[in-house]
Write a protein that binds this ligand. Structure first.
Ligand SMILES: Nc1nc2c(ncn2[C@@H]2O[C@H](COP(=O)(O)OP(=O)(O)OP(=O)(O)O)[C@@H](O)[C@H]2O)c(=O)[nH]1
Ligand SMILES: [Mg+2]
Length: 330
């Protein structure tokens, strides 16, 4: 081994992953994100080093039912933002359809272009790590990409199901992707997820029923306004509705403009800071919860058989679960 390569190898060993991420080392970023995904404790000190270098990226959430077209829209957005010179990171949470890296499906030349584009970085989170789960892993991957200097970070999550990622606590702008002809489904999405959508995207607008879906969304937004108890002095945002055909790119300009106008709104009204505080609060509470739970579990594990004993006592009605938790949490 030459003196030079030995020195290189040594510096790669001695340098922390975080230092390498900050120096633009893509492989170190991948490694760290894998550690995050696996829920490794060793990722925490690295994330701590990265922390002061984060907070610059704009995070855009893409959510909606399975197959609505989130990844296809995401690919189009990568193109759109790359055209304006912005670097893009993508965190896809448990997707069944992969991001192609900004490639239009079937367009191999472009796919290769993006595979080599250092300004696009895509990471899928597949595993369900232990504590904190997907939500925390997604937030931490966003943080790594932020530290890498990505301008825009897209986060794709399925907006239904048990393991729902807290996208509102993660993104500055949440885009809800719906498809026409959902009928009663539009009613079904109104709980919870409708409240957090900043931009609506009716994708697959090449299909029948777009006007109807548009009308239904609008009437639900009316309802939301009517019952809204928002503070009077606060500027309120009217979520725009864009119609897109991700397959051929129709309507994408409108969608990008809707997202950008929301970003301008946040900046002009000072609400971007509010969101950042909200995100920080969500994250702090999540870390606190994980930490408290982890230390309680550790205490339990130190006493071999304790958990089994607790469970049997509760099952036999010798003690109630609340007092046993209170005793443990003291
Ligand atoms: N007709 C039509 N099909 C579309 C459109 N956009 C996406 N599709 C198709 O819909 C299917 C699902 O698209 P994806 O982009 O993978 O959707 P997704 O929401 O990411 O799906 P999951 O990650 O599995 O939840 C694919 O076969 C796409 O080609 C569209 O605008 N019109
Ligand atoms: Mg997808």
């Amino acid at each position: 081994m030459s003196a030079k390569s030995t020195a290189l190898a040594r510096s790669a060993v001695n340098e922390t992953l975080a230092a390498r991420v900050l120096a633009g080392d893509v492989r170190a970023a991948s490694r760290l994100m894998r550690d995050v995904d696996d829920g490794r404790e060793s990722a925490v000190p690295e994330l701590q080093v990265l922390f002061p270098h984060t907070g610059k990226a704009r995070v855009i959430g893409l959510t909606g039912s399975p197959g609505a077209g989130k990844s296809s829209i995401g690919d189009r957005l990568i193109h759109a933002y790359r055209r304006t010179g912005k670097s893009v990171g993508v965190v896809a949470v448990d997707p069944s359809s992969p991001f192609s890296g900004g490639a239009i499906l079937g367009d191999r030349v472009r796919m290769q272009q993006h595979a080599e584009d250092p300004d696009v970085f895509i990471r899928s989170l597949a595993t369900r790590g232990n504590l904190g789960g997907l939500s925390r892993a997604a937030a931490d991957c966003v943080r790594v990409m932020d530290a890498m200097g990505k301008d825009i970070i897209l986060v794709e999550t399925v907006g239904v199901g048990q393991d729902e990622v807290d996208i509102a606590g993660l993104a500055h702008t949440v885009v809800l992707v719906v498809v026409p002809g959902m009928g009663d489904d539009v009613q079904a999405i109104k709980a919870g997820i409708l409240e957090i959508a900043d931009v609506f995207c009716i994708n697959k607008a090449d299909r029948d029923g777009v006007d109807r879906t548009d009308r239904e969304l609008r009437s639900m937004l009316e309802l939301r306004r009517a019952v809204s108890t928002g503070e009077a002095h606060r500027a309120t945002w009217e979520p725009p509705i864009a119609r897109t055909v991700a397959l051929d790119g129709r309507g994408m300009d409108d969608l990008v403009e809707a997202i950008e106008s929301h970003a301008r709104f946040l900046a002009q009204t000072g609400q971007r800071e509010d969101r950042d505080v909200l995100r920080a609060r969500t994250e702090f509470l999540a870390i606190l919860r994980d930490r408290l739970l982890a230390s309680a579990l550790q205490r339990l594990e130190r006493q071999r058989g304790k958990l089994d004993e607790i469970a049997s006592r509760i099952a036999r009605r010798e003690a109630d679960p609340w007092s046993l938790v209170a005793a443990l949490a003291r």
